[in-house]
Design a protein around this ligand. Structure first.
Ligand code: 5RP
Length: 228
C-alpha cells in the first residue's frame, strides 16, 4: 500500500477517530489509502461486535480491505446517497483537499460528494495554509497529450504518473491514465477546479474544493478534530 508522510500511529488515531462516528444502519463511503485503511479495519472490528453497516468502496484496494475486515459492501451504483464518507487526503487547507495519491480520486469524489458528511483522516504532515500539492488529473488514455497541453495553458506542469513494479504508466481502476499537475501555490482552487473539469478528456481531478465537513488530524498521542 502507498504511504506518505506521517507515522502509522498518527494515521491509526485519525482513522479510528473517524470510524467512531459510524452508527447502526449507516451506509458509509470507504476511502482509499493508508489512513482510511485504519478506519476500514476499525469499522470491521465494530461489525464483529454487532454494528449494522454497509460500506461503499472507492477503489479495488478499499474493497479488498473491507472484505478482509468483514465489512458488508454495497456497490456505488446501487446507492443514491450515503450517510457518511471517511477518506484520506494528500493535502488539506481547511475544508479544501488535494486527493488522488492513490489514483482513486474519480470514485472517491463521487462517493464523498454523495455523502451527507465527509470526514477526512490525515496526519499533521498533510496540513497547509495554501494548497500547493500537484493535482492528480485522471484522463482518457487517448487524451493524455491534448489534456497535458491544456494543463500547460493553465500554467501547470503535467507529468504522466509512472507505475511502480510495472513498466509504463499507472492505469486507474477505471482504465485511464493520471497526469500529476504542478501549479505551484493554488490561490483560487475553485477556479482551477472548474478549468480542469472543462478540459476535454479529463475524467476527474483531485481538487475537492470545500468538501470536508471534518478533518480528523491524528498524532502519535491522539487526535484533533477540525470542523467546517
Ligand atoms: C487516494 C487518495 C488517498 O486518500 C490519499 O492519497 C491519502 O493517502 P494516505 O492516507 O496513504 O496518505 O486520495 O486516491
Amino acid at each position: 500500500m502507498k504511504t506518505n508522510g506521517g507515522s502509522d500511529a498518527a494515521k491509526r488515531n485519525a482513522g479510528e477517530s473517524a470510524a467512531a462516528a459510524v452508527t447502526d444502519g449507516m451506509v458509509v463511503g470507504l476511502g482509499t489509502g493508508s489512513t482510511a485503511a485504519h478506519a476500514i479495519r476499525a469499522i470491521g472490528r465494530a461489525v464483529d461486535d454487532g454494528l449494522d453497516v454497509r460500506g461503499v468502496p472507492t477503489s479495488f484496494q478499499s474493497r479488498e480491505l473491507a472484505r478482509e475486515a468483514g465489512v458488508p459492501l454495497v456497490d456505488l451504483d446501487a446507492v443514491e446517497d450515503l450517510d457518511l464518507a471517511i477518506d484520506g487526503a494528500d493535502q488539506f487547507a481547511g475544508p479544501h483537499l488535494v486527493k488522488g495519491g492513490g489514483a482513486a480520486h474519480a470514485r472517491e469524489k463521487v462517493v464523498d460528494a454523495a455523502a451527507d458528511r465527509l470526514l477526512v483522516v490525515a496526519d499533521p504532515s498533510k496540513e497547509t495554509d495554501r494548497l500547493d500539492h500537484p493535482v492528480p488529473v485522471e484522463v482518457l488514455p487517448a487524451a493524455r497529450t491534448t489534456a497535458a497541453a491544456a494543463v500547460r495553458d493553465l500554467d501547470g506542469e503535467p507529468v504522466l504518473r509512472d507505475a511502480e513494479r510495472k513498466d509504463g504508466p499507472v492505469v486507474t481502476d477505471n482504465g485511464n491514465l493520471v497526469l500529476d499537475c504542478d501549479f505551484g501555490p493554488i490561490d483560487a482552487p475553485n477556479e482551477l477546479a472548474s478549468s480542469l473539469s472543462a478540459i476535454p478528456g479529463v475524467v476527474e481531478h483531485g481538487l475537492f474544493v470545500g468538501m470536508a465537513d471534518e478533518v480528523h488530524v491524528g498524532t502519535d498521542d491522539g487526535v484533533e478534530v477540525r470542523e467546517f
